[in-house]
Design a protein around this ligand. Structure first.
Ligand code: ATP
Length: 450
């Protein structure tokens, strides 16, 4: 983890929020490369689950919703974690993490039931702590103006169910998707972006006829996992964890987490839940509006069941970075072997890598060569995210690009001036192809699958 966090900071993937003031616990800024990577992941998600399908529509809703939402959904009552406090140093922990001896975010306890902060063993009684952030709507700060920052995007999909159904003229089964920020006042934070207090979720509420929910659930587990491996995450680093009946959330009939083998242990990357008709029924009850489906052909009316695949984008960013990170002791080539220590290659799936192509003039002190390289840069820049780099030896520049996962380096050399061709180096195979500048965009498009 230290290597990943250091790379992220050094190369502009992820920084601490408000670092100039000492940072804020469990809040993170995505820097120039991180923002591109995250955006590429979201675009792939949209392509797979919205663009490529006829049965799923996208919505985009505010993080503050009507306060009744959280009464109806059960979050006001049930969205709590068990909190305990060390009687000696007053550090606070999640009691369930304590029991498992697994302090995600605080480092691992050497022994169970021992404070990781001070080593003492005396704790207060467990209290239930609600994880929703409170705020006020408008200028009056009293009970009647309390609002909450959403802890999940899902509730908007239930509240908009009837409107989406009608405007899209959907038939069941159909889904509503959303990507957006969610907020949880987590008790124990840490492990970098794994558990933060503001994070991004990509969720789908997929409405099905009761009785067809179990099959739909299995299908969603499959396609969710396929999406993650499709972004390059190795299958052997994923496993499924089925929640025991007694530990299911208040709305769930069945939940499977897809866990990733993080450096701090197997932990939830994403979850798929069968939320039954709980949410639609609750919102119907609290709003007085019917949230039902009428099957025209069979002339039957029912409250659909819903399958919810829910993905934390930040956890996926982290898993992708960890999975892609490779260290090569002593370097991979003659040009890099001369350097001390390791060479890092970030083998990020090419379609989501932040920078697709680097343009490198072989040397920087020959104006003809530099001008030609800048010409190539301008040409490619219109099509792909590119970096132009002329600083340092060519081997060093390759290494800089390998470290941020750039799939292709285009080198402009003396032959380019005569033959109008360039060398294209592949990050993973290090194979070099000589390609005519005229064919460069076509060649790269094919390789990058864009
Ligand atoms: P955990 O058990 O780790 O607290 P959860 O079961 O409460 O997670 P869900 O409510 O199922 O999480 O949320 C769906 C997804 O949102 C999770 O699979 C995860 O990817 C992401 N997520 C939840 N909480 C956080 C957080 N604090 N920081 C980053 N991502 C989160």
């Amino acid at each position: 983890m230290e290597k990943i966090t250091s790379l992220c900071k050094r190369r502009g993937f992820i920084f601490q929020t408000s670092e100039i003031y000492g940072g804020v616990e469990a809040l993170w800024d995505y820097g120039p490369l991180g923002a591109l990577l995250k955006n590429n992941i979201k675009q792939e998600w949209l392509k797979s689950f919205v663009q490529a399908r006829d049965d799923i529509a996208l919505i985009d809703t505010p993080v503050i919703m009507h306060p009744k939402t959280w009464e109806a959904s059960g979050h006001l009552k049930n969205f709590t974690d068990p909190l305990i406090e060390c009687k000696h140093c007053h550090a606070r922990f999640r009691a369930d993490h304590m029991k498992e001896g697994n302090f995600v975010g605080q480092g691992r306890a050497k022994e169970k039931n021992q404070c990781v902060q001070c080593g003492e063993k005396e704790f207060t009684e467990t209290k239930q702590f609600n994880l929703m952030f409170k705020t006020f709507l408008g200028p009056i700060e009293d009970e009647s103006h309390i609002a909450y920052l959403r802890p999940e995007t899902a509730q908007a999909m239930f509240e908009d169910f009837a409107q989406v159904l009608e405007t899209m003229r959907f038939k069941i089964p159909f889904g509503i998707a959303q990507i957006g920020h969610s907020f949880r006042n987590e008790i124990t934070t840490g492990n970098f972006i794994f558990r933060s207090r503001e994070f991004e979720q990509a969720e789908i509420e997929y409405f099905v006829k009761p009785g067809e929910d179990e099959r739909a659930f299995d299908e969603w587990v499959e396609s969710w996992e396929k999406f993650i491996t499709g972004l390059g995450v190795k299958k052997e680093n994923l496993r499924r964890y089925e929640h025991k009946k007694e530990n299911l959330s208040h709305y769930s009939k069945r939940t499977i987490d897809i866990e990733y083998k993080f450096p701090f242990g197997w932990s939830e990357l994403t979850g798929i839940a069968n939320r039954t008709n709980y949410d639609l029924s609750q919102h119907s009850k609290f709003s007085g509006k019917a949230l039902v489906y009428f099957d025209e052909e069979k002339k039957e009316k029912y409250t659909p069941y819903v399958i919810e695949p829910s993905l934390g984008i930040d956890r996926l960013v982290l898993a992708i970075l960890i999975d892609a990170y490779e260290e090569i002791k002593g370097g991979r080539t003659e040009t890099t072997k001369s350097t001390k220590g390791e060479e890092v290659v970030l083998k990020i799936c090419k379609k989501i890598s932040p920078i697709k192509v680097a343009i490198l003039p072989l040397v920087k002190n020959k104006p003809d060569l530099v001008n030609k390289a800048k010409e190539v840069y301008k040409l490619i820049k219109n099509k792909f995210y590119c970096q132009y780099d002329e600083v340092g030896s060519i081997g060093r520049r390759y290494r800089r690009q390998d470290e941020i996962g750039t799939p292709y380096c285009v080198t402009v050399d003396f032959e380019t001036l005569e033959k109008e061709d360039v060398t294209v180096r592949d990050r993973d195979t290090m194979k070099q192809d000589r390609i005519k500048i005229n064919n460069l965009i076509e060649f790269l498009s094919g390789k990058l699958d864009l």
